[in-house]
Design a protein around this ligand. Structure first.
Ligand code: HMG
Ligand code: MG
Length: 304
């Protein structure tokens, strides 16, 4: 048996990655109830919203109201996506204490997603990261399309390592290597993330898996074998990127918790409370969810 970490950190991205992809706008009150429920489950890192252009992602246009309405939970770090200086100004005004910048390992995806080349994204992020750190705001960085790009296909691992290193040099504290369209398999994770780890300390790497092809949990297992201890997930398996055709939901938080519990790996997050949070959102969205644990454990009165 390979030696695996005894404890991992789950970063809950449902309120951002999940709700950015819903066709219907969810009210701020429902978002805040969802976030409060997730915090009660024991999740200590929650990506709450996004300060991107409101026309690019209208679902999260209420970012300022979401951040100002967050529950008073001193043990939870709430964060928000920031794509540029304007986004940072809005983030600072909101009072959020952690942000995430995001670029990609594919040139075409970066262009479609944030209207910049990868090089331009570094030029935009450098002053954003510096100003954020000066304000006492910590910064994570995403590398999207780290395995397969919906426009360019296979992504070379060298490119992922290069972009990850450039982000870390700017002063971010964690790089989230992301399978945006959920197409990777464990071999890809071992190869690409293993390559990144030759230059970047393991504790600075998080893995962000979408589950389009049903490989996300297998990919987590590959990450655990590499010694990675931080995994993103989304309650209910909500999620997707409006600029990545074919991207479906993230790995469901409750499916990750079941897997970790069964593997005797601590996450300190309560499975049933996450299912109940996801079920609340299923009712708001008036649809069923992809997560297996929601299907298994949802209250009898829950959405069919
Ligand atoms: P742009 O049009 O190139 O922006 O958009 P610009 O800098 O040319 O500015 C144009 C106008 O927009 C200006 O207003 C700016 O002030 C305004 P004007 O002077 O014309 O009146 N503006 C803004 N307003 C509010 N907030 C802002 C902002 N920025 C500019 N932040 C931009 C560039 C990056 C803003 C746009 O393309 C954008 O918002 N993209 C976001 C796309 C997005 O959110 N994608 C999904 C998230 S990423 C993801 O899901 C992947 C991830 O989960 C990991 C994975 O799975 O791979 C993280
Ligand atoms: Mg994502």
């Amino acid at each position: 048996m390979p030696e695996l970490p005894e404890q991992v950190q789950i970063v809950e991205v449902g309120p951002r990655d999940g709700l950015q992809n819903e066709p219907e706008n969810v009210t701020t009150a429902h978002k805040l109830a969802f976030i409060g429920h997730l915090a009660k489950a024991g999740l200590t890192q929650i990506e709450a919203t996004s300060f991107v252009h409101p026309k690019a992602v209208p679902q999260l246009a209420d970012a300022m109201d979401v951040i100002s309405g967050l529950p008073d939970a001193s043990d939870v770090i709430f964060s928000a996506l920031v794509p540029n200086q304007k986004g940072l100004e809005r983030a600072i005004e909101s009072g959020v204490r952690r942000i995430a910048v995001f670029t990609a390992a594919s040139e075409t995806f970066t262009q479609k997603n944030i209207n910049m080349t990868i090089e331009e994204s570094f030029a935009v992020f450098q002053p954003v990261v510096e100003s954020a750190l000066r304000e006492g705001i910590s910064v994570r960085g995403y590398v999207s399309t780290a395995f397969v790009c919906p426009y360019e296909g296979e992504i070379p691992k060298e490119k992922v390592r290069d972009v990850s290193e450039r982000l870390l040099t700017m002063g971010i504290d964690e790089v989230a290597i992301s399978d945006t369209i959920g197409a990777a398999a464990p071999n890809d994770v071992l190869s690409t993330v293993g390559h990144v780890m030759e230059r970047i300390p393991t504790e600075k790497i998080a893995l962000h898996f979408h589950d389009t092809y049903g490989t996300a949990l297998a990919n987590v297992y590959a990450g655990l074998q590499l010694g990675i201890k931080t995994f993103d997930a989304s309650a209910g398996g909500l999620g997707g990127c409006p600029y990545a055709p074919g991207a479906s939901g993230n790995l469901a938080t409750e499916d990750l918790i079941y897997f970790l519990d069964r593997m005797n790996i601590r996450s300190n997050v309560d499975l049933n409370t996450v299912v109940s949070a996801a079920d609340g959102m299923a009712k708001v969205l008036d649809r069923s969810l992809s997560s297996r644990q929601w299907k298994r454990l949802r209250p009898a009165s829950g959405c069919q």
